[in-house]
Design a binder for this molecule. Structure first.
Ligand code: IMP
Length: 197
C-alpha cells in the first residue's frame, strides 16, 4: 500500500495546486480537509524556508505522516521585496485576495511598466515520516505587476502578475500553463523527482 503524503496547507487554493503538482506519484496524497481539523501554526519565520519547514514539521508530527508544505509570496522590486513573507496578509489580518491586490495597485500607482518588476518565490519542504531531515526545493518566476487585474483562474495575486515572456496574467492561464512556469511548479518539479527516487 502506498505511504500517505500529507499536503500541509490550510489555504485551499494552494492545496489544490499542490495536489495537481503531486498527481500520479506512488504516494497516497491527502489534504488537511480529508483529516480532523487542526489549528494552523503561526507563520512567524523571516524566510520562506523557515515557514515551509515549520508547516511541514507541524502537520507531519501532528498526524504522524510524511508531509510536504510550501511557503510562497510575491516580492516587488519597487517595494524593496514587499510583501514577501507577508504576502497573505499584505492588506491586513484576515484580508481578502482583492484587498491585497487593491493595496498593491495603489502602492505602484503611476509607476511605469519597466519599474513594475517582481517575482514569485516558493520554498517547498518535504519531511519524511519519523525523520527530521527535510528535503527543500525552491522555485522562482520573474515578471511584472499589471496596472489592472485580468483573468479569473488561479488565486491571490495571479490577476496582477504577468510572467516574463507572456502578455497574459497567471489568472488568464489554465492550471497546466501556470504550473509549467510558476514558482510552485518549479519547486515541486524538484520535489517530484525526489519522491520518485
Ligand atoms: P502562504 O504561503 O500560505 O503564506 O501564502 C502565500 C500568499 O502569497 C498567498 O496567500 C497569496 O497571496 C500569495 N501567493 C503565493 N503563491 C501565489 C500564486 O501562485 N499566485 C498568486 N498568489 C500567490
Amino acid at each position: 500500500m502506498a505511504e500517505v503524503l500529507l499536503i500541509g496547507s490550510g489555504n485551499r487554493d494552494k492545496a489544490r495546486e499542490l495536489a495537481e503538482l503531486l498527481h500520479g506519484l506512488p504516494w497516497e496524497v491527502k489534504c488537511l480537509k480529508d483529516l480532523p481539523a487542526v489549528a494552523e501554526p503561526e507563520e512567524d519565520g523571516d524566510t520562506f524556508e523557515a515557514n515551509a519547514l515549520k508547516k511541514a514539521r507541524f502537520y507531519g508530527a501532528h498526524f504522524d505522516v510524511a508531509c510536504v508544505a510550501d511557503d510562497s509570496g510575491l516580492c516587488v522590486d519597487a517595494l524593496d521585496g514587499a510583501p514577501g513573507v507577508y504576502s497573505a496578509r499584505y492588506g491586513g489580518e484576515h484580508c481578502s485576495y482583492e484587498d491585497n491586490n487593491r493595496k498593491l495597485l495603489k502602492a505602484l500607482a503611476e509607476m511605469p511598466w519597466h519599474e513594475r518588476t517582481a517575482h514569485f518565490s516558493c520554498c517547498a519542504a518535504f519531511l519524511p515520516k519519523d525523520h527530521d531531515i527535510p528535503y527543500l526545493a525552491k522555485g522562482v518566476v520573474a515578471g511584472h505587476i499589471a496596472v489592472a487585474p485580468s483573468g479569473n483562474s488561479g488565486f491571490g495575486y495571479d490577476p496582477l502578475f504577468v510572467p516574463d515572456g507572456e502578455e497574459r496574467s497567471f489568472a488568464e492561464m489554465g492550471p497546466e500553463e501556470k504550473h509549467a512556469i510558476s514558482h510552485r511548479g518549479r519547486a515541486f518539479a524538484r520535489i517530484r523527482s525526489f519522491l520518485e527516487l
